[in-house]
Design a protein around this ligand. Structure first.
Ligand code: HSE
Length: 379
């Protein structure tokens, strides 16, 4: 199969290099402004007017012009494979519809889980089972930061800088540390697992930017470990609950064993029970290899990651309850019923709350950016 490649950054150059060793995939054209070679062009129409190109891979990142290029590729009757979670989380329903209309493939396995074949397996699993819950640790940068803060007592800013140096972080690391990267991946997983396309505002999302050593110390004293977790559940009547937040897990929980920048993605099916996948959620070679797995699966006849009918979904987070660790500036008033008296810790009040509505916790804390909260899961 002859393919075009949009973007020769970290992932794109990985795709190009790995494809050199594959006998059934040839990168004929690369769209790139920064370099020159006989296979490089800065004009997408060169790729789209080449009748030999059957499939285009997008590894540019960002929304624009990635969205315009994706639309043009699909509209031209070519298969489209991308690693761009921002693009798919924002335009997934529209691009899926266009791909179906044109009878071509639209696959994005590397956009959630990096190198882990999570969405690919979820696509197959939901064909034979009803998926009831899914989630995991879907961001390497934040896991790297949390792990180093807890295992080496490293300072937040130092570890973030190191994660950026290692190439784990997004160009704008706030999408990692504020949980938005995880949120986008959860949108994709819910689309594949539950047949609903959630919107960012449907998913209460809190990252780790406010975590302090005092939080790590509280967790440690309780035998708990802080992780940034995505979680989504689908009830028997089809309502979906989905949220992203720091979580305190037992030190014997699978999440606690996920170290450095490693990702952990799981789903639960009525028949499968719990299935989980652990591996590199970011990085050049693992992600590029997953992109090429999608390319080859197009050759094998795979077309879409969602079902034929995939609705726009509205989640029901109002009823989701978690018991929280909560650290707020001293004197902050909390709703009656959330908790008893705080433990004072200098400038902070620290609580272990009663079960609290997830939506309400996220809403109440939205304007208290220095606060840190984490759902407590002792089992
Ligand atoms: N910045 C992301 C991470 C890259 O740290 O996991 C992969 O999506």
């Amino acid at each position: 199969m002859k393919i075009g490649l949009l973007g020769m950054g970290t992932i794109g150059s990985g795709v190009y290099e790995i494809a050199q060793g594959l006998s059934d995939v040839e990168v004929k054209w690369v769209l790139e402004k920064r370099f020159q070679a006989d296979y490089i062009t800065d004009d997408i129409s060169v790729i789209l007017s080449d009748p030999e190109i059957e499939l285009v891979v997008e590894t540019m990142g960002g929304l624009h012009p990635a969205y315009e290029f994706a639309s043009q590729v699909l509209d031209s009757g070519r298969h489209f494979v991308t690693a761009n979670k921002l693009l798919v989380s924002a335009y997934g329903p529209e691009l899926t519809a266009l791909a179906k209309q044109r009878g071509v493939a639209f696959l994005y396995g590397a956009a959630c889980g990096g190198g882990i074949a999570y969405l690919a397996n979820l696509t197959i699993a939901r064909g034979v089972d009803r998926i009831t819950a899914l989630g995991g640790i879907l961001n390497g940068t934040t896991n790297y930061i949390l792990d180093a803060m807890q295992s080496k007592n490293s300072a937040y800013a130092d570890v973030l800088a190191e994660a950026q140096r290692l190439g784990y972080a997004e160009r704008d690391p706030s999408s990692d540390v504020d949980g938005l990267d995880t949120q986008r991946k959860l949108i994709l997983a819910c689309a594949v697992g539950f047949d609903v396309w959630l919107k960012p505002e449907d998913i209460p999302t809190r990252g780790i930017a406010s975590v302090l050593p005092v939080d790590a110390a509280w967790a440690k004293a309780q035998g708990l470990v802080i992780r940034l977790c995505a979680r989504a559940e689908r009830s028997a009547d089809g309502a979906v609950r989905a949220y992203v937040e720091p979580t305190l897990v037992s030190k014997t929980a699978p999440e606690a064993a996920i170290l450095s920048n490693v990702n952990y993605a799981w789903y639960e099916g009525e028949r499968y029970g719990l299935m989980s996948y652990i591996g590199q959620g970011a990085g050049k070679d693992p992600t590029a290899a997953n992109v090429l797995r999608d390319v080859r699966s197009v050759d094998a006849g795979h077309r879409y990651m969602t079902r034929e009918v995939c609705a726009a979904g509205t989640p029901d987070n109002a009823g989701a309850m978690e018991r929280y660790y909560l650290r707020v500036p001293a004197g902050t008033e909390l709703p009656a019923g959330w908790a008893g008296r705080p433990d004072h810790s200098g400038a902070w009040d620290v609580y272990e709350t009663n079960p609290v509505s997830v939506s309400e916790m996220h809403e109440r804390m939205a304007n208290i950016r220095s606060a840190f909260f984490a759902g407590i899961r002792r089992t």
